[in-house]
Design a protein around this ligand. Structure first.
Ligand code: ADP
Length: 197
């Protein structure tokens, strides 16, 4: 399966999503993470610590691709429409992470408008959901459902342990001594289950 993660806005958890979906898929079969983000965030992550799957940049991807069952692609933020068309048509599933704030939601809806004109399979993922009593996560999900757009049932909570995982260069389920690492991993595990149980 080829899963691509893209967003129109930075800082919405695009790289974090690509990395944890790759962690999920690696538990199923050999998985390659292609870091197409010009900031090389996923490659940096892998050099700081250790990841349970191989990470390459897009120039090396062609060489490695055939050895892997699943490929997860992290794309550059803010693709133009031409790039987005290539990205969307080159995968089995396009995952669109968005935080529940108005700016990020606006950027995602703009992207979805364009995707509607293409032959593509995409799904929106709400990320960085603040804790109770905030209800912005549920409200964002409800708004997307009302608009009849495809969305993951599960969402990703905003938890500091994700930042710790990034600093340590490991996936969140490998973080030791943090009571939230299991809860954080569960978020992405459930998304993985919705893609490939
Ligand atoms: P993008 O690729 O969209 O720019 P990143 O995945 O690099 O976003 O995340 C941006 C910042 O937010 C990073 O510092 C990352 O550790 C943090 N982050 C991402 N997801 C979460 C989350 N669910 N909870 C808390 N912090 C998060």
């Amino acid at each position: 399966m080829i899963i691509t993660v893209a967003s129109f806005k930075g800082g919405v958890g695009k790289t974090t999503t690509a990395l944890h979906l790759a962690t999920y898929f690696q538990n199923k079969a050999a998985t390659l993470l292609v870091d197409g983000d010009l900031n090389r965030s996923a490659l940096d992550w892998s050099t700081r610590g250790s990841l349970p799957f191989k990470v390459v940049d897009e120039k090396q991807a062609v060489k490695y691709a055939r050895q892997y069952e699943h490929i997860v692609i992290d794309t550059p933020a803010r693709p133009n429409t031409e790039e987005l068309k290539t990205i969307a048509e080159g995968c089995d599933l396009l995952v669109l992470p968005t935080s529940p704030d108005a700016l990020a939601m606006g950027a995602t809806l703009q992207m979805v408008d364009f995707l509607g004109t293409l032959d593509t399979n995409y799904r929106i993922l709400i990320t960085l959901i603040p804790p109770h009593p905030s209800r912005v996560g549920e409200e964002a999900k409800a708004a997307i459902e009302r608009a009849g757009l495809p969305i993951f049932k599960s969402g990703i909570r905003r938890l500091a342990v994700f930042q710790r995982a990034a600093l340590e260069g490991i996936p969140v389920n490998a973080v030791k001594g943090d009571a939230y690492s299991g809860i954080a991993w569960r978020c992405y595990y459930e998304v993985g289950q919705e893609i490939l149980p």
